[in-house]
Design a protein around this ligand. Structure first.
Ligand SMILES: [Zn+2]
Length: 451
């Protein structure tokens, strides 16, 4: 029978590879109580979407509620893995799908570890989950990850509860419906309950988060075929390998690497994530790295030569402390200005503004009112229209601040420099950006004249 031959094949494959490769493999799958392995049925939306992504049938295992592909990538049967076009153009990478997190859901992706993972002892992976978030942030793509304890997190890390095979250390999930993959499972009894080092934990969390961001296995994509038998070539970005069975051995996204220790991304990994999610300085508008250090002396001391560390601080601590990290967005000002936002937490306010409020033209800072900005600058009103909020925001950040334009009725940067000689002396009589920063961070509280 077909099923028997597949099992035999897996046993043979396992005996060959077990010594060298312990990992992302699907041998010895033990069904748990709620999700049984069942015969692969090729009828259905999600299985067809998986095949269209180029995965081979023999690398797909079907369970009652989901599929597992390549050993450690879970596809929920209720998910939507259709290619999306809302992501940036020009995308390609060494091994990706056409499933992306859409632009307006990428600003801050929150990650939590639920209570199924112990908070103490060797099974506590929280520090390594946090480190993995920071590692991805340091790759400087548009993706920004933030560790949280809120149950509303975009990605939840949890125990596999016995569902993963003995040789699978963890399992991620691909983006679905434009959102990051929602779960990562950790096998706390991996490989006969061996003790897993912190470096190996971090490696695997970086790897699985990579799946949740839409990355495939670097070393397996060369042997993927689509449902018609055509070879899928997932590589193609300039400067990354284009041939060979394992063209980038240093890639954290290689399958079969469960026992590896974190030693940074390969250059191609960095290229891949940046090409999937190109950094756009205007996109991360809630965070202005210069303003963040300008406004807080403790941070400028700690992070003067460490911009990545400063941003990590904002994502992991600053948001929760209510620190203002951009002249155009103040989370406390924002959430207290609108009755429908008044019950939001700070992280919820950040997410609301970047994904929704900025499109609605909401007033987001004491010095930046996008409606005022458009209505009081006739060239912008003509160019962008009365509701061209996103274009107006981009204009203010890239041009308007430095031109000294007014973006709220209570602060005129030109008057501020004229009437505050010490500020003009410190920064220059036409340094409107620093005038803005100074008034927001200090001048307002000091009662300085700004009109
Ligand atoms: Zn994997």
């Amino acid at each position: 029978m077909k099923k028997t031959s597949q099992v035999l094949k897996k046993i043979i494959l396992f005996s060959i590879s077990a010594v060298l490769i312990i990992s992302c493999s699907q041998e010895n799958l033990e069904p748990n109580q709620t999700n049984q392995v069942i015969e692969l049925n090729l009828n259905g939306k999600v299985i067809q979407q998986i095949l269209n992504l180029g995965y081979k049938k023999e690398n797909i295992t079907e369970y009652s509620d989901y599929y597992v592909v390549d050993g450690d990538i879970r596809f929920d049967k209720k998910g939507d893995y259709s290619p999306n076009t809302a992501s940036p153009t020009g995308r390609t990478s060494q091994a990706h799908n056409d499933i992306f997190i859409v632009y307006n859901k990428q600003q801050v992706i929150t990650v939590r570890v639920d209570s199924s993972i112990p908070t103490t002892g060797v099974d506590n992976w929280r520090d390594q989950v946090i480190n993995a978030c920071i590692d991805w942030n340091r790759a400087n793509s548009r993706v920004r990850l933030s560790y949280t304890t809120l149950s509303s997190a975009n990605i939840t890390v949890k125990s596999d509860n016995g569902s993963l095979s003995n040789t699978t250390i963890a399992q991620g999930s691909f983006p679905s419906g434009g959102n990051a993959g929602s779960t990562i499972f950790i096998n706390l009894d991996f490989f006969n309950n061996m003790t897993v080092s912190n470096g190996t934990k971090e490696y695997n969390m970086v790897h699985e988060i990579g799946h949740n961001l839409g990355l495939r296995h670097t070393n397996w994509s060369s042997v993927d075929f689509d449902q018609f038998g055509n070879v899928i070539t997932a590589w193609g970005i300039p400067g990354t390998p284009t041939a060979g069975a394992n063209p980038d051995p240093a890639s954290v996204m290689n399958g079969g690497t469960a026992l590896f220790t974190w030693n940074d991304f390969s250059d191609n990994d960095i290229n891949a994530i940046r090409l999937m999610y190109p950094e756009d300085n205007n996109s991360n508008r809630a965070y202005d790295p210069v303003y963040y250090l300008f406004g807080y002396s403790d941070l400028s001391t700690a992070f003067n030569n460490d911009p990545a560390g400063a941003e990590d601080h904002w994502l992991t601590e600053g948001i929760y402390e209510g620190r203002v990290a951009s002249p155009i967005f103040d989370m406390d000002y924002y959430r207290t200005s609108y009755s429908d936002l008044s019950n939001m937490t700070r992280i919820q306010a950040v997410t609301h503004w970047v994904t929704q409020g900025s499109n609605e033209g909401r007033n987001s800072s004491p010095v930046f009112n996008v409606t005022y900005y458009i209505q009081n600058n006739s060239d912008l009103l003509q160019a962008f229209g009365a509701t061209g909020y996103q274009k107006a925001i981009s204009h203010y950040i890239s041009t308007g601040i430095d031109e000294g334009r007014m973006a709220c009725p209570t602060f005129n940067p030109k008057i501020y420099l004229q009437k505050n000689a010490d500020v003009a002396a410190a920064y220059g009589s036409t340094n409107y950006r620093n005038a803005l920063y100074h008034w927001l961070a200090f001048g307002r509280a000091e009662g300085r004249v700004a009109l």
